[in-house]
Design a protein. Structure first.
Length: 326
């Protein structure tokens, strides 16, 4: 399972993305069964994640974890690292309004000027005013300590982002910021102009631009019959397709739309379990999916699922070879 260096609102705790989701659910006072249903994992896996969270946070019970989740959740529009102004901001209203106007229209706004004229102070004022328009928040990153070639590392540290297996750090940052309206302010770039320009170009290319990923995935099934019995299979297959296409938000939305049906449809539930395992790189979830396929009697699907677990790939290949020999 991929690790997420979560920078919490109170103190930094190294937890996985799935643990962060479980912690948020605990903050919403959900039961283990409800969490399992929401995340499409087993109750046993939920219990394992809660045990890990109890150990990492050093608290005694789930209620203390729920309090941690509520206390550490940043408010909407929170910008990590935003400097606290020491003085009032006067006399630059025209520049501030111009920057805010540009920020509302463009994905990239650059403040230029000689050293010492107040670019950082203006950027702080603009970021403070603009923050409510960016519900997912973001970060204000001071690049003074950063060396050439380490811009992405500085930004990732501020955002609390780490890469997953097979993913670059810049891709992880782009995916984090591309979830919705996010604001990233890069300050003191003078000694890193070329590096910052290259990073920004790659970041803007990698971030989502308002497309509806769920609609893109759903379009793949537009030609199939619309009968009610088919929808669970189409959505479950769509969730897996979304994972394979690198569209995690679409996969989550499709899975949520199917949660009620999955409780009654074993095949759809097994598809969603496998999609969740692929999405979170979680061998436990993939093993649970393989067990589901085994109960159904779908040996080929079970073997394909085992092929996604590095430690069980030899077993999967033997099973596939046996099936092909028939």
């Amino acid at each position: 399972m991929g690790r997420t260096g979560v920078v919490t609102y109170g103190r930094p705790i190294d937890i996985s993305q799935r643990e962060a989701e479980v912690l948020a659910a605990l903050g919403a006072r959900m039961s283990n069964a409800q969490i399992a249903g929401r995340l499409h994992i087993s109750v046993r896996t939920v219990e394992s994640h809660i045990s890990s969270l109890l150990r990492k946070y050093g608290v005694a019970d789930r209620w203390a974890l729920a309090d941690e989740a509520l206390r550490q959740s940043p408010p909407p529009g929170h910008l990590t690292g935003l400097p606290a102004p020491r003085t009032a901001f006067f006399g630059r209203a025209a520049e501030q309004d111009l920057a805010l106007g540009l920020l509302g229209k463009a994905r990239l706004v650059t403040l230029l000027g000689a050293g010492g004229i107040g670019k950082t102070r203006l950027a702080v004022a603009v970021a403070e005013s603009a923050a409510p328009s960016f519900p997912l928040g973001g970060a204000f990153v001071d690049l003074v300590p950063a060396r050439d070639g380490f811009v992405a590392q500085a930004v990732a540290s501020a955002l609390g982002v780490t890469e997953r297996p097979g993913q670059t750090l810049e891709d992880a940052i782009a995916r984090h910021l591309g979830r919705g309206q996010s604001l990233l302010v890069l300050d003191n770039c003078e000694h890193l102009v070329d590096a910052v320009a290259a990073f920004t170009e790659r970041l803007l290319s990698g971030c989502a631009t308002g497309r509806d990923d769920a609609a893109l995935v759903a379009a793949a099934f537009a030609d199939f019959p619309p009968q009610d019995w088919y929808r669970p299979y189409a959505r479950a297959a769509g969730a897996e397709l979304a994972v394979a296409a690198g569209l995690p938000d679409a996969a989550v939305r499709l899975a949520a739309a199917l949660s009620d049906t999955a409780a009654e449809n074993d095949w759809a539930a097994a598809c969603l379990a496998r999609a969740a395992g692929r999405l979170h790189h979680d061998p436990d979830e993939l093993s649970a999916a393989a067990e589901a396929w085994e109960r159904i009697g779908a040996r080929y699907e079970r073997a394909c699922t085992l092929l996604l677990i590095p430690a069980r790939q030899d077993e999967a290949r033997k099973e596939l070879a046996a099936l092909r020999a028939r």
